[in-house]
Design a protein around this ligand. Structure first.
Ligand code: PLP
Length: 422
């Protein structure tokens, strides 16, 4: 290998930092970011994450660490778990989890054995890959049975399921999807689970911030044994995941899965940032989440008014969460539409809907309003957002003009609300 000169390396580094700055500029400042699986963090969360705690390994439970010099880390860790348990109404929250996908694996390890059968919502309803054979569930050796649903809607076929479940005898039922437009009847699934001695898990990856604010639904109170989530979508914290439970036995199993099981040392700066995000949700979460719901409803109404085919999950209102779905058939598929709209600086993604399949692409488009809400947009701004979404979808040839107008519109929305300054 030829050793680079310090000048060469400084140039290479400059390129890297340029890319970082350009990405921040484009995505954070100049775009209408309606991608559901993302958010902006407050300066206080960023401050915690940028601390040198991120290079101070920490092995074992607070108060009984392998390393010395961690007295303040211990205090931080206990503070964070207290914030999370209070916020989520949980007895125990496992916070050392690096992603939502791993949180699901932790939950499977705590409730099932390889070879067991579990139930999950099918991919046509946006059930997540980690609930299925190609993801964590399959890698761990679980067999996955799709929860029966009524075609064309997000409605579960409860009586069919009840007949089936007695024969299938699952050990775990997973609820929650990547398109949670309406709450699911967790209590009813709990009753089915009790018939066969199964556990119930709710994957709150997308709605975590709403759940934390006491809105949408309250999975643990409604009967879920476990709730998993991503901590950087509506939750607004660092990239990562967590598992919450009200069950003492599961809490102890999760603790052993986390340590000494799957985590040795972990990033205490990320954990501190997670605690800040939890405190922000406890303090400002209700107004944040309520504004998200109002904005999503308004965005759906405005899109419909403009003739954009907004999809409604069960023949009722199009959304009761922060998400809006669009039938992508007219736009050549969800991912195709998202890639075209990127040139207009309007960001979103494709998503499966329970309808006719489009070969090689998703048949739906998913929009999330939470990031724009966090940057201060209200309902009247959603009328403008709707016109940009429509233009990005229907006039890709005018992307340059749209992009300039989007950038102009975004100038008024640069400060993260519902959070703390440094
Ligand atoms: C995003 C998502 C996950 C995965 O979370 P990561 O943090 O990306 O690993 C899990 N479940 C659902 C339903 C999701 O939408």
């Amino acid at each position: 290998m030829i050793q680079p000169t310090p000048d060469d390396s400084r140039n290479a580094l400059q390129t890297l930092f340029d890319w970082i700055a350009q990405s921040e500029h484009w995505v954070d400042e100049d775009s209408l970011n309606l991608y559901a699986g993302t958010n902006r963090q407050s300066p206080a969360v960023q401050r915690a994450m940028a601390s040198t705690l991120n290079a101070r390994p920490s092995l074992g439970p607070p108060g009984d660490k392998y390393e010395t010099g961690l007295a303040f880390s211990d205090l931080i860790e206990e503070w964070v778990e207290h914030q999370l348990c209070t916020l989520l109404g949980a007895r125990r929250v496992e916070y050392r989890v690096l992603s939502g996908s791993l949180a699901n694996l932790y939950a499977y390890m705590a409730t099932t054995k390889p070879g067991d059968t579990i139930y999950a919502l099918p991919e046509a309803l946006a059930g997540h890959a980690t609930h299925h054979t190609q993801g964590a569930a399959g890698l761990y050796g679980l067999r996955v049975q799709p929860i029966p649903y009524h075609p064309g809607t997000h409605c579960i076929e409860w009586t069919t399921w009840e007949d089936e479940i007695r024969h299938i005898r699952p050990t775990l039922i997973i609820l929650g999807t990547s398109l949670p437009l309406i709450p699911v009847d967790i209590g009813r699934a709990r009753a089915l689970a009790d018939m066969v001695g199964a556990r119930v898990m709710y994957d709150a990856a997308h709605v975590a911030g709403l759940v934390a604010a006491g809105l949408f639904q309250q999975p643990l109170a409604e009967g879920a044994d476990l709730m998993t989530m991503s901590t950087y979508k509506t939750f607004g914290g660092p990239a990562g995941g967590l598992v919450a439970t009200g069950d003492e036995e599961l809490a102890q199993r999760l603790d052993r899965i986390a340590y000494p099981g799957l985590t040795a040392n972990f990033d205490m700066a990320r954990v501190a940032g997670l605690g800040v995000a939890a405190l922000e949700l406890a303090t400002f979460g209700q107004s944040y989440a309520q504004q998200c719901l109002k904005n999503a409803q308004r965005l759906a109404d405005e899109l419909l008014r403009l003739g954009v085919p907004v999809w409604a999950p069960n023949g009722g209102p199009p959304t009761r969460s922060h998400l809006v779905a669009i039938d992508a058939a007219r736009f050549g598929g969800g991912t195709h539409a998202a890639r075209l709209a990127e040139a207009s600086n309007v960001l979103f993604s494709g998503i499966p809907l329970p309808m006719a399949v489009i070969a090689g692409d998703y048949n739906g488009i998913r929009l999330g309003v939470h990031e724009m809400t966090r940057l201060g947009m209200g309902e009247s701004d959603m009328a403008v957002v709707a016109t940009f979404v429509k233009r990005a979808l229907t006039q890709p040839d005018r992307a340059e003009a749209t992009r300039a107008e989007v950038r102009e519109f975004r100038q008024d929305f640069h400060t993260v609300q519902f959070g703390f300054a440094e």
